[in-house]
Design a protein around this ligand. Structure first.
Ligand SMILES: Cc1ncc(COP(=O)(O)O)c(C=O)c1O
Length: 369
């Protein structure tokens, strides 16, 4: 994982934003990149706002980036966690009146007032007060003695490419209409945010006070030049060849022999399998890089091993580096390529890399960890 590139991505996004501030979405272990290292690196780069999914993640961020102004929990928060949130200056989103009342009661019991952001459901159909039907109810949160309503947010269900009619515009309009009602009740201007990566890239009018950017920080979904910002992948996933064997034509590889060699060839067995997050869909579809060349992954993916057909007289030997995601000898394989083979998205590939896999960081301002 290249912290230098991560800094470059942060700078590219921040420079493009004009007035809005970057809120770095680092939930799910910073999309599999390692929460502590990413939070610390971004904190040193001057990022002051972070979003996570759980209180436990927020506590890690509070330690790693002590200067953070906002650590927002986008996911579940429970009354029992209120004392921890008060201690760590951690801000939950409030998704319903029932949720707000429970958090308020716990805050009063703990002798504190909990800063919160109101979550509006403007069309995602997931968390939050449904707009406009429940906007007035959301405004009532300001009356609860244990809550300090500081911000308001929503989340887009889809952001289509330019020139297509976009449902996001309708969501943004509902959000804008709710603002005066919530702000009148709170008696202050609230901190507003609605865009994630794709909206930040394509809908600059929706920026508001902050944009919650996740995947683009890690280099996906914003690779085209001449866009608002461009970012590059920061995570490489590497393994090693365990064994190389020369086999004849017609040699069956792996469970149920789903691949047979076409000619006498070298086969590599590589230490990596579905338990590590290398999905079974990649068997007979994916590629790896060995010796600077693309090599097909052949046979089924096992729990701990995969095989690659190296071709005759490959010169590859046990211990050679294997790139599962990343660059080698001018060739590249990124998570979106794997995702395509698996019928999924880069998010799932990245967050699916097992926590057992050791994370190493290069390009940091100081060694980490
Ligand atoms: C509420 C919310 N905001 C922001 C994001 C960041 O989205 P992206 O990674 O597409 O930028 C997510 C991602 O899951 C999210 O759930």
């Amino acid at each position: 994982m290249d912290l230098g590139r991560l800094r470059g991505n942060v700078e590219s996004i921040r420079a493009s934003l004009g007035g809005a501030d970057l809120m770095a979405v680092i939930k799910s272990d910073a999309y599999g990149h390692g929460l502590e290292a990413v939070a610390a690196s971004m904190g040193r780069s001057g990022v002051r706002r972070f979003a996570v999914a759980y209180v436990a993640e927020a506590e890690v961020v509070r330690q790693a980036a002590p200067g953070a102004e906002l650590i927002l929990v986008l996911g579940a928060t429970w009354p029992a966690e209120v004392p921890r949130m008060l201690r760590g200056r951690i801000t939950p989103v409030v998704v319903s009146m029932e949720h707000g009342c429970a958090l308020s009661e716990a805050a009063v019991a703990a002798g504190g007032r909990l800063g919160v952001h109101v979550k509006l459901d403007t069309g995602m159909g997931r968390l939050g007060f449904v707009c406009p039907a429940e906007t007035a109810q959301a405004a009532e949160l300001a009356r609860l003695p244990g809550l300090d309503v500081q911000g308001v947010c929503t989340h887009f269900a889809m952001v289509e490419p330019e020139k297509k009619p976009t449902a996001a515009k309708g969501q943004a309009e509902k959000f804008r209409q709710a603002l005066p009602i919530l702000e009148a009740a709170a008696g202050r201007r609230l901190f507003r945010h609605m865009s994630s990566s794709r909206a930040a890239l394509l809908l600059p009018d929706c920026d508001q006070d902050s944009v919650r950017v996740g995947i683009s920080l890690y280099g996906y979904g914003a690779s085209e030049r001449n866009r608002r910002f461009t970012t590059a992948p920061v995570l490489s996933w590497k393994s090693r060849v365990m064994q190389v064997k020369t086999v004849p034509a017609g040699f069956a590889v792996g469970y149920y022999g789903s691949y047979r060699t076409a000619e006498a060839t070298d086969l590599a067995t590589i230490s990596c399998g579905y338990t590590d997050g290398y999905q079974r869909h990649l068997g007979n579809k994916g590629h790896v890089l060995i010796g600077g060349k693309r090599r097909p992954v052949v046979g089924r993916v096992s729990m701990n091993w995969i095989s690659a057909d190296l071709g005759p007289r490959s010169g590859v030997k046990a211990g050679d580096e294997v790139v599962l995601i990343g660059e080698q000898g001018g060739e590249q394989i990124w998570a979106d390529e794997l995702a395509k083979h698996c019928g999924t998205i880069a998010y799932e590939i990245l967050t699916g890399i097992s926590r057992q896999i050791e994370r190493r960081y290069i390009g940091g301002q100081e060694p980490w960890p």
